[in-house]
Structures are given as structure tokens and as C-alpha cells.
Design a protein around this ligand. Structure first.
Ligand SMILES: [Zn+2]
Length: 320
């Protein structure tokens, strides 16, 4: 019996802590409802700040957590979710310039597709359509009759509220129904024009990425579902499908996984270890210590901050 096992809260407070950073996109975006993008300029400023910190690769972190090695002081690991092409075009050269390791969690059905992720398609439809109709009526796949207009009228949905409602609907929908639903909305809004800057990496780019030892590829499901909404069977198909795709493409085992939208339940936690996943990452904002649940490692989302603001947040995450 150790002091820290008698007093777990003391251990959490004073045990050596690690931090996982979560990025999504490195891009200048005019509209970014989920704060997913960091500008290239700000990202470079973050990398300069990180040069004064102990950044470790995800493989080093796995080694520490699985082999019960001593956690280095203030270890930081960097992750990217979704697999946007800007990770390859913009983040990769900057990470190389500063010799900084990172892991990229890929949504495999989007690799090489000339199609926006569903949340970007909905953003285009709801927030970028010049002539959004003032009524949306649908019978399939769900019954909808909504008035859309200015947000100062409480009886109508603002375009942003419409966007949030549609995101909620698509999150609960099996992915095979996504294309027809998005198509219906594109026709309704008369805005079918995919934006290539929002596409995911293609196979060649992904392989080029993994050819640099600084970078590790992880899985993020096939179609980015909110896993707890779905059966064990469906979850398994999504998770295993993404792992197999990446293992066949890269020729390497895939050991790391990030939960889309951070969502996981008991079924997910039972599936992952059987599929060879050693570390699973959530979106819960917290630091972790060496005896963290290896399949529920928290991460801090990094927003589009300048270097000084990033350093401020980083220091508060390390200390608090
Ligand atoms: Zn994601």
C-alpha cells in the first residue's frame, strides 16, 4: 500500500502529469463554428513555444503508459483528428521545420474522396448559401417542418440554429443514409458546390506523411459516427474497418485511436483492446498521470491562439 493509493486525489494532483494536445485543422477559415482551425501563423507560434517543452511522440507515450515507465516531467504529445488535407500541406512542413512529432487520426472513408466531411457540407448548406429558403419541410428520413429566418424572431430557426439541429440529426444517422440526406439539403439550398480546401488527405499524401518517422498514423473510425448512439456491432465495424484500411495501406500496425466527437461507452471500451489498440483518446479536457485509463486519455483542444495566449493556456494546463 503506497501513500498515493491511499490518497488518489493527492496522486492526481502531485503525480507527474502528461498532456495531450488536440488539433484538427491548420488553415485560415472564414467560418469555423466548432473552432477547429488554427491559422498557419499561429500554429508556427505554438511550435516555437513547444520547443521549450518536453514534446514526446505518441509511441514514447505508449511506452511509458504500457510498460509502466516513469513519466517524464510535463510530457506533451500532439494529435490531429479527422485527416484533413491541410494537415499534410500545412502542418507537416511546419512540424518538420521544428522537428516536432505528431499523431494523425484518420477518418478512413474520407481518404482520397472529393467530398467534404458531413459537418462541413452542412456548414456550407446552412451558413454559406446565398439564398437559403425560409422553410425546410422533409418527410424522410425524419419529419421536419421548420421556418428559417432572422434570429430575433423566436418562432423561426436562425441559420446557425438550423446548422446545429441538422448536425444533431446526422450524428444519430447511420452513415449509409448521409449522402442522400446531404444531397436533399444541397438541392433545397441550391448549394451543391463542394469546397476542395475541406477535403481529406489522399492515399499518396498519407503514405508520404507516414514515411517521416516524426509522424504516426492512428484510426478515427470509417465515417466519424458518435459511437455511443450505435450498437456494439456497428461500432466494431466502424472501428475495425478504419484500422484494417490503414494497416493494409501503410503496412504498419495501428495502435492508436481517437473517439469521434470524444464519444465512447462500455461497448467501445470493450472492443478497442481486442483490436490491438493500446491507447484511446477522448476530447475531455484534462491532464493525465501515469496510471490513466489507457483507453480514455483526455486531451486539450488547442484553439486559434497567438503564441503568447497558447503559452498561457499550456502553462495553466501543466500547473492546474
Ligand atoms: Zn473527429
Amino acid at each position: 500500500m503506497t501513500l498515493s493509493s491511499l490518497f488518489p486525489s493527492i496522486k492526481k494532483k502531485y503525480g507527474r502529469r502528461g498532456i495531450a494536445l488536440m488539433y484538427h485543422r491548420i488553415a485560415d477559415l472564414a467560418s469555423d463554428p466548432w473552432d477547429l482551425a488554427v491559422s498557419p501563423e499561429n500554429f508556427e507560434a505554438h511550435l516555437k513555444v513547444l520547443k521549450d517543452h518536453n514534446v514526446i511522440s505518441i509511441n514514447e507515450l505508449a511506452d511509458i503508459l504500457t510498460k509502466k515507465k516513469k513519466m517524464p516531467a510535463n510530457a506533451i504529445t500532439i494529435t490531429f483528428d479527422d485527416g484533413y488535407r491541410d494537415n499534410y500541406l500545412v502542418a507537416k512542413p511546419l512540424l518538420e521545420k521544428y522537428n516536432t512529432p505528431a499523431c494523425f487520426f484518420m477518418t478512413t472513408d474520407s481518404i482520397g474522396k472529393q467530398k467534404e466531411f458531413w459537418w462541413d457540407a452542412l456548414e456550407r448548406i446552412c451558413l454559406q448559401s446565398p439564398n437559403l429558403p425560409n422553410k425546410l419541410v422533409l418527410e424522410q428520413p425524419i419529419n421536419i417542418s421548420w421556418d428559417i429566418g432572422s434570429s430575433d424572431n423566436s418562432n423561426v430557426l436562425s441559420p446557425f440554429d438550423l446548422y446545429l439541429k441538422l448536425c444533431g440529426i446526422v450524428r444519430k444517422m447511420p452513415s449509409k443514409k448521409h449522402p442522400a440526406f446531404i444531397k436533399t439539403l444541397e438541392v433545397w439550398a441550391n448549394n451543391p458546390h463542394e469546397r476542395p480546401e475541406n477535403f481529406a488527405m489522399d492515399k499518396k499524401e498519407l503514405l508520404d506523411m507516414q514515411s517521416n518517422k516524426l509522424f504516426t498514423i492512428g484510426a478515427h473510425t470509417m465515417t466519424h459516427p458518435f459511437l455511443p448512439y450505435f450498437s456494439l456491432q456497428y461500432q466494431k465495424k466502424e472501428i475495425l474497418g478504419s484500422i484494417k484500411y490503414l494497416e493494409e495501406l501503410t503496412g504498419n500496425p495501428i495502435n492508436f485511436f481517437a473517439y469521434p466527437h470524444g464519444g465512447h461507452n462500455q461497448n467501445t471500451l470493450e472492443i478497442l483492446p481486442d483490436l490491438g489498440i493500446t491507447l484511446g483518446f477522448t476530447t475531455h479536457a484534462d491532464h493525465f498521470i501515469a496510471d490513466v485509463d489507457k483507453h480514455a486519455i483526455p486531451r486539450f483542444q488547442v484553439n486559434n491562439w497567438d503564441g503568447e495566449t497558447f503559452a498561457f493556456h499550456l502553462n495553466s494546463w501543466i500547473k492546474n
